[in-house]
Ligand binder design. Structure first.
Ligand code: VGL
Ligand code: ZN
Length: 237
C-alpha cells in the first residue's frame, strides 16, 4: 500500500492543489514532441469583412497565437479554391448560399465565393503570429471536389498527405483550432481519428458557422468518433 504522503508526492502539485480550496488546478495537458497543433483556415475570407465571415472568428487569433507557443509542431491549413469552384452557390444556377446540392460524392452545402487561390481573401490572417509553423497545407484546390477536411477530400478517398506527414514525424496527438468548428475543424478532427491520431478540439480556439443545426451535429459526430473536447486553459503553457 502506498502511504498518503507517497500518493501526494507521486501526483505532484495537481493533487496538492485539489486539497487546497482556491488554488487553481495545474493545466492537465502538456504538449510534447509527439503533439501537433493544427490551425485550420484562419484566413481573411472567414474573418470580419470576409465573404464567408464566421461570427466572432477574429477572437480565436490571440488564443491560437498563445497556444502555438506551447507546441513545437504546428501545421496551418488554407482553404484554396479555384474560381468557379463546385462548392460556390454561384456555380449552380438558381442556387443561393447555404442551400445544398447532391453531387456525385454526396451532399454539398453551397457557399458564397470564398478563398479563391492567390487572392487576398484566401491569405492567412496577418495577425497570426506563428513563425515556427512547419507546414501550410492547402485543400479544396480541385475545381470539382471540395475538401473541408485537412486529411481527405470530400470524395472520401483522395488524401491531402497530412496524415503521412504527421506519421513520418512521429506525431500521435493532434490538437485542432480555427475556423469553422462545424465544417473544416470537425471534418478534420473526425478524419484525424480515422487516421489513428489521439484527437483534441480546443473549443474556445474555434468558432462555428452554425447553419441548419450544423454546430450541434458536428459536436455529436466528433464525440461519436472519439474526439476529445477541451478548452485552451487545459493546455499547459
Ligand atoms: C469552410 C465552408 C466552406 C471552413 C471552408 O473552413 O470551415 N467552411 N469552406
Ligand atoms: Zn471552402
Amino acid at each position: 500500500m502506498l502511504s498518503r504522503r507517497q500518493i501526494l508526492s507521486g501526483l505532484g502539485t495537481t493533487a496538492l492543489a485539489a486539497t487546497m480550496p482556491g488554488v487553481v488546478l495545474a493545466a492537465a495537458i502538456k504538449p510534447d514532441e509527439t503533439s501537433a497543433l493544427l490551425v485550420i483556415d484562419v484566413q481573411n475570407c472567414f474573418l470580419p469583412g470576409g465573404s464567408l465571415a464566421v461570427k466572432n472568428g477574429e477572437q480565436v487569433v490571440p488564443i491560437i497565437n498563445k497556444l502555438a507557443r506551447a507546441f513545437s509542431n504546428v501545421v496551418l491549413t488554407q482553404d484554396w479554391h479555384t474560381g468557379g469552384h463546385i462548392s460556390f452557390a454561384s456555380s449552380h444556377s438558381g442556387k443561393k448560399p447555404f442551400e445544398t446540392v447532391n453531387l456525385d460524392y454526396g451532399k454539398q452545402v453551397l457557399w458564397p465565393d470564398h478563398c479563391v487561390q492567390g487572392t487576398d481573401s484566401a491569405a492567412l490572417s496577418k495577425d497570426l503570429a506563428i513563425p515556427h509553423a512547419g507546414l501550410v497545407i492547402r485543400k479544396g484546390f480541385r475545381k470539382n471536389v471540395d475538401s473541408y477536411s485537412a486529411f481527405t477530400e470530400a470524395d472520401g478517398k483522395t488524401a491531402t498527405g497530412l496524415a503521412a506527414y504527421l506519421k513520418a514525424r512521429d506525431i500521435r496527438k493532434v490538437f485542432l483550432t480555427g475556423l469553422a468548428t462545424d465544417f473544416c475543424v470537425a471534418w478534420s478532427a473526425v478524419d484525424a481519428r480515422k487516421a489513428g491520431f489521439e484527437t483534441y478540439v480546443i473549443e474556445d480556439a474555434c468558432r462555428g458557422i452554425d447553419t441548419q443545426g450544423s454546430l450541434a451535429a458536428a459536436w455529436a459526430d466528433m464525440t461519436k468518433a472519439g474526439v476529445k473536447r477541451i478548452q485552451s486553459s487545459d493546455i499547459a503553457a
